[in-house]
Ligand binder design. Structure first.
Ligand SMILES: CC(C)(COP(=O)(O)OP(=O)(O)OC[C@H]1O[C@@H](n2cnc3c(N)ncnc32)[C@H](O)[C@@H]1OP(=O)(O)O)[C@@H](O)C(=O)NCCC(=O)NCCS
Ligand SMILES: CC(=O)OP(=O)(O)O
Length: 372
């Protein structure tokens, strides 16, 4: 499981302050404890102290706990939120109310450099989690769209083709037009390379392969592939392809004989959120794939989501991935990654600020940390 090893190694090399807004959830508390034990992050759990401590089983060693309702940062964060949103109709009183919500507070910690990244969504819906990130952290300077992907790991005995794959967009953009789909394809290719150090081979998925069906929905995918290729001629992007033609060499050869991918795609771009969300859950729940996500791409700083069905282990992996994103340590040649791989040269985490962030204030032992 090279991709996961790379992520955990990158996180361990520079453990970051990751704020977890759902600190009273037992899966999140357990993942935070494991993150400390394995030296991959400096977690900050948000929530009422008594509830968070109960979730931690009374052991908060290495973990900072912060209650947004009583935080000394409330005033400064509310003022920043007001400045950000007053042209959208938010007054100062509304900013004060909103910033007490843990998702908003966590996103503001990241915005203000008081944490390096955030992971929510074990309890909140994706819409709630992503909206806080969109509104408070915002787009990376070079990005036009925030989208998401799942890192899908096939590592069970029954997986004939083992390895790491990216499925997108399984979490955020509901009904992308051709331009947006092209954007998702480009961002997902860069994310795949950043994560694995390998060259991305992108399949733009459809119910049609190489003109086998005619429909406006097929046209959208063909157009998206054209736009993406024109924008990024350095990438391998093919479509429209059905999943079997993109994943199984013999089927690819039969259905798309001219395909350069030949059943060897590693980035699968679904035509809309229905297909993508349903597809990843089937691969996970029936197929036995490990699914890490939704990872957000296109934000100015790292903020990631979880499925409400996540396990403690899923949350742990997402903390590691968020740390690694914050360090943008996926450059070619990093641990576990053959430097000579084509397409990987210079790959850093896409559309995420690589500027070093100041140390998190909650990393020091301080008065807010409950006694061990
Ligand atoms: C993510 C989502 C909540 C955004 O919805 P929305 O109604 O546009 O949310 P908001 O209006 O609050 O958006 C906040 C801001 O982000 C912007 N925005 C919305 N989607 C964006 C995107 N994909 N990329 C960049 N900016 C985006 C909005 O334009 C808005 O900008 P503004 O505050 O300057 O006006 C919505 O797309 C959604 O519900 N997606 C599906 C989530 C889901 O249920 N997934 C399934 C389970 S994983
Ligand atoms: C990603 C996803 O589907 O999230 P949830 O299961 O929380 O809706």
């Amino acid at each position: 499981m090279l991709a996961l090893d790379r992520i955990i190694a990158a996180a361990r090399a520079a453990p970051r302050a990751i704020v977890l807004p759902e600190g009273a959830d037992p899966r999140i508390a357990a993942a935070a404890r494991r993150a400390v034990r394995e030296g991959i992050a400096r977690p900050v759990l948000l929530g009422p102290m008594a509830e968070v401590m109960a979730a931690l089983g009374g052991d908060a060693r290495g973990i900072a706990v912060e209650d947004p309702a009583t935080s000394p940062h409330l005033q400064a964060y509310a003022e920043e939120l007001y400045l950000l949103r007053h042209d959208k109709g938010m007054d100062l009183a509304a900013a004060h109310r909103r910033i007490r919500e843990p998702l908003a507070f966590a996103a503001m910690m990241v915005r203000m450099g008081d944490a390096d990244g955030t992971v929510g969504g074990a309890v909140a819906t994706t819409a709630e989690t992503v909206r806080a990130a969109l509104q408070i952290i915002g787009l990376a300077p070079e990005a036009r769209l925030v989208s998401s992907f799942f890192l899908m790991l096939l590592c069970e005995d029954h997986h004939v083709q083992k390895g790491a794959y990216v499925f997108a967009d399984c979490g955020l953009v509901i009904d992308p037009d051709a331009e947006e789909l092209a954007d998702i394809a480009r961002a997902s290719a860069d994310s795949f390379t950043a994560l694995t150090g390998e060259r991305a081979k992108v399949a733009m998925l459809s119910f049609s392969t190489a003109g086998s069906a005619r429909h406006a929905r097929v046209d959208k995918v063909v157009e998206a592939a054209r736009i993406a290729r024109a924008a990024r001629p350095d990438l391998v992007i093919e479509g429209e392809l059905q999943f079997d033609a993109a994943f199984v060499a013999a089927v690819g050869a039969a259905k798309a004989p001219g395909s350069a991918i030949r059943g060897d795609a590693n980035v699968f771009v679904f035509p809309n959120l229905d297909a993508a969300n349903i597809g990843y859950k089937i691969a996970q729940r029936i197929g036995g794939a490990r699914a890490i996500g939704p990872v957000l791409q296109g934000l100015a700083k790292p903020a990631n989501d979880l499925s409400r069905g996540c396990s403690e282990e899923d949350a742990f992996h997402m903390i590691a991935l968020t740390c690694a994103q914050a360090s943008a340590r996926f450059a070619a040649g990093a641990e576990g990654c053959p430097a000579s791989l084509p397409g990987a040269a210079g790959a850093a985490w896409p559309a995420t600020s690589a500027a070093p962030l100041p140390p998190a204030p909650f990393s020091e032992p301080d008065a807010r940390r409950p006694p061990a």
